[in-house]
Design a protein around this ligand. Structure first.
Ligand code: SF4
Length: 217
């Protein structure tokens, strides 16, 4: 029997929750600002590296006012090993200035306002919405886009379109958790190359597996 997209999504949510009940963001942070900065640093860098760098960065600069007052070169110096450090340092400083000038020093809690911050795209904004403010959010990273397509939840590959497709299918209260879980699932089973379809807990609901496009070993 052909499952509807909604049905596949519901079953995938249940199965992934069972597999990864405690899935959460792998970036280390204590405040909304810290998650915002850590996420900006994570572009083209591993979360592990970001966590090493932010340990020192956040002990040196504790508040949004500290980042505003900091010299761009000093921030750049602290984050050098994350790559693209000059652009990232500039964004962090501009971000702090905007949060103070437009949002009374608080990281905003709507997608629209978050997207006005320098260096913040939909992926970062959704991460803040889901993880910090507990609101419905879909973070479409490379794992989410690949696996959503394979499962048959979307025909799109553009991150924004995938986000909108998933928003219609996922349970709003847990959509953010689903995105953390799908990253772990992508690393363990549904890898970009050689996915482990033969042993996959989602193979019964996976469109690509049923179509025989993937090798079931
Ligand atoms: Fe991915 Fe294969 Fe599992 Fe489908 S069956 S979700 S393609 S690992």
């Amino acid at each position: 029997m052909k499952l509807s997209k909604k049905n596949i999504a519901l079953q995938a949510e249940k199965l992934l929750e069972k597999l990864y009940p405690d899935a959460e963001c792998s970036l280390t942070y204590e405040t909304p600002l810290q998650l915002l900065i850590a996420t900006r640093l994570s572009a083209q860098c591993t979360d592990k590296r970001v966590n090493i760098v932010t340990k020192d960065l956040f002990s040196k600069y504790k508040s949004v006012y500290d980042f505003k007052e900091a010299k761009e070169e000093d921030i750049a110096d602290c984050i050098k090993s994350c790559g693209l450090y000059k652009t990232k340092a500039r964004d962090i400083k501009l971000m702090a200035e905007k949060i103070i000038s437009d949002y009374e020093g608080q990281v905003p809690d709507t997608l629209e306002k978050l997207l006005t911050l320098p260096g913040v795209g939909r992926k970062t904004a959704n991460l803040i919405m889901g993880d910090v403010y507990g609101k419905p959010a879909v973070v479409t990273d490379t794992h989410c886009i690949r696996i959503s397509g394979r499962l048959g939840l979307t025909e799109n590959t553009d991150p924004k379109k995938v986000e909108f497709d998933l928003l219609k299918l996922l349970t709003p209260e847990t959509s953010s958790d689903f995105c953390h879980r799908i990253v772990l699932f992508g690393r363990e089973y549904c890898r970009a190359r050689n996915p482990l379809c033969f042993n996959c807990p989602l193979k019964e609901i996976c469109k690509e597996n049923k179509n025989g496009k993937k090798t079931v070993r």
